[in-house]
Write a new protein. Structure first.
Length: 58
């Protein structure tokens, strides 16, 4: 095997790996069971921050 053949096979394998990874992420993101968790996470920045506890000197 020459370097060019190995490089070509590696490039194709990496492309297939990343396409499969991308499809997996899409499936995870649009899976109906994850909708509630994503909606809760989307509301987090809009919620009021909790009041910090006052430190007691003493």
């Amino acid at each position: 095997m020459t370097y060019e053949q190995v490089a070509s096979i590696t490039q194709v394998a990496a492309l297939l790996f990343f396409v499969a990874l991308f499809v997996g992420v899409l499936i995870y993101a649009f899976w109906p069971g994850n909708k509630k968790a994503f909606e809760e996470a989307a509301r987090l920045p809009l919620e009021k921050d909790p009041e910090p506890d006052q430190e007691k000197d003493g």
